[in-house]
Ligand binder design. Structure first.
Ligand code: NAG
Ligand code: NAG
Ligand code: NAG
Ligand code: NAG
Length: 464
């Protein structure tokens, strides 16, 4: 603007300067001057026009420059405001951090407080313990002095007083001990209850298993028709039949006696069950009075004979049907004429008819030599022999014939619980005595035993 004004003033000055010489020329040359002035005015107007044009251009240029500056300012302002916002955010963050730091400091303070409290408590406890110790010590001292006093002055009042104190302490101790006994008894009762609960649970479990089996074979129990059997499968169990005496026990039977069982796919048959606290044992052999002749043939030993209430052999077939699908233990109980008795247990397997009912003792229990009088620990085990089926390991003679009864004979000398029953006193001759019931590793080869019982149960019974 200032530049434009300056230019205008300059033009005016130039115009005035050109006007002066004309006025000083005088009237003689007036016409010529007038003519010349008109031309001059023209020139000046033209200059003025040019001047205005330049002025306008200048203003326009300035305007554009101003606009540029304004835009730049705007941009700058935006940047500034962004920067402001940024700095504000930074400030906020800083404040948050400071607050957090404060919180942490507070918490640390609380922790320190808690630690201090804990330390105080620990000190209190220690103090208490010291007091207790002190009290104990004093009590001990008192008791000691009392005892000494009682020894030194048997008849004084002080001694009587001391005595009464001693009695009260004794009384306290006694009541304490009674309380402990009471607690122990309660614990024992609880334990018993737990045990009963356990048995009940096992019973329920077996019942559940039974009903599951039943529901998976809904075809009924008739297997008499071989044609029908071929169509519907024969291994269905009639409702409620136990598979052995332990199963019976798990169903709640706790009295020893005769029960009917049906293991696997076999026909039902009767057994004598010996129920104990641990479970039910299925008795497979019993000798006690010589009322039954055990010198029987193969078929009899296969099917079983005797009376379940007295002496009997359950039968190889029946025994095999019980043990063939599960792990079982054999429990043998023997007694001599001095009413000494021994019992031996071991896991075993009994093969079927095709193995001649071979007896395999799976894992001889170490520490007892009693097992070594029976069976074999190498597969397939020791087969059964009778006087009409000689499967023993003796080449020239038949042990069953030479001795008596059917048994898992190897060389005739280790054991035979199915031998002849001799009342006491036994025969004097050795060749007669050796036919008796014997177990070499207990009472020796020539001692006819008074009684024998063989029982079986699932291996799980020994783990319960
Ligand atoms: C710049 O910002 C301020 C405030 O933020 C505002 O008053 C001013 O008008 C702005 N200027 C421009 C050129 O945008
Ligand atoms: C610590 O404990 C004292 C008194 O026991 C209490 O005044 C103070 O507020 C506690 N400080 C904290 C951080 O809890
Ligand atoms: C116990 O008896 C002795 C001897 O008479 C006496 O010195 C002592 O003080 C008595 N003890 C107490 C605790 O009184
Ligand atoms: C079973 O016994 C019979 C008769 O003694 C015998 O012929 C057969 O070979 C025996 N079988 C086995 C597998 O020992």
């Amino acid at each position: 603007m200032k530049t434009s004004l300056g230019t205008l003033t300059l033009c005016m000055v130039a115009l005035m300067a050109t006007g002066f010489p004309f006025e000083r020329k005088g009237p003689a040359k007036e016409k010529r001057v007038q003519y010349a002035a008109w031309e001059d005015v023209n020139v000046i107007a033209h200059g003025l026009l040019q001047l205005g044009q330049g002025l306008k251009e200048h203003v326009d240029k300035t305007k554009i420059q101003m606009r540029d500056i304004f835009t730049k300012l705007k941009v700058f302002n935006r940047t500034m405001s962004e920067l402001g916002k940024e700095s504000q955010r930074l400030q906020e963050e800083e404040e948050a951090l400071r607050a957090r730091a404060q919180g942490l400091e507070d918490r640390e303070g609380q922790l320190l407080n808690v630690t201090a409290e804990l330390r105080e408590k620990a000190e209190e406890v220690q103090q208490e313990r010291r007091t207790m110790n002190e009290r104990m010590r004093r009590l001990e001292e008192r008791v000691n002095s009392m005892l000494q006093g009682a020894a030194a002055l048997p008849d004084t009042n002080a001694n009587a007083w001391n005595n009464s104190q001693a009695r009260s302490i004794q009384f306290m101790l006694e009541s304490q001990s009674r309380r402990i006994d009471d607690l122990t008894e309660r614990v024992r009762l609880q334990q018993e209850k737990l045990n009963k609960q356990n048995v009940r649970i096992r019973t329920l479990q077996s019942q559940v298993q039974q009903s599951r089996q039943r529901s998976s074979f809904p075809g009924g129990s008739s297997t008499e028709d071989p044609l029908q059997g071929g169509a519907t499968e024969q291994h269905d169990t009639p409702v409620g039949m136990a598979v052995d005496c332990h199963d019976m026990f798990l169903r709640g039977e706790t009295t020893s006696g005769v029960y009917t069982i049906q293991p696997g796919q076999s026909e039902p048959f009767s057994v004598f069950c010996e129920m104990t606290a641990d479970g039910g044992w299925t008795v497979i052999q019993r000798r006690q009075d010589g009322s039954v002749d055990f010198d029987q043939l193969w078929q009899a030993y296969e099917k079983g004979f005797g009376s379940l209430d007295g002496e009997f052999w359950l039968g190889l077939q029946n025994i095999h049907s019980i043990v063939k699908d599960d792990s079982y233990v054999l429990n043998i109980k023997l007694s001599d004429w001095g009413d000494d008795s021994v019992s031996v247990r071991f896991p075993f397997q009994l093969g079927g008819k095709q193995t001649n009912y071979s007896l395999l003792i799976q894992e001889p229990v170490s520490g007892s030599s009693l097992e070594s009088s029976l069976g074999s620990d190498s597969a397939p085990g020791l087969p059964f022999s009778t006087r009409d089926q000689d499967n023993d390991h003796k080449a020239d003679i038949s042990c069953a014939k030479h001795l008596s009864g059917g048994w898992w004979f190897s060389n005739c000398g280790r054991s035979n619980l199915n031998g002849r029953y001799f009342q006491s006193p036994p025969p004097k001759q050795r060749h007669q005595r050796k036919q008796g019931i014997f177990w070499k590793t207990w009472r020796g080869r020539y001692y006819p035993l008074k009684s024998s019982r063989m029982m079986i149960a699932p291996a799980a019974i020994t783990k319960s």
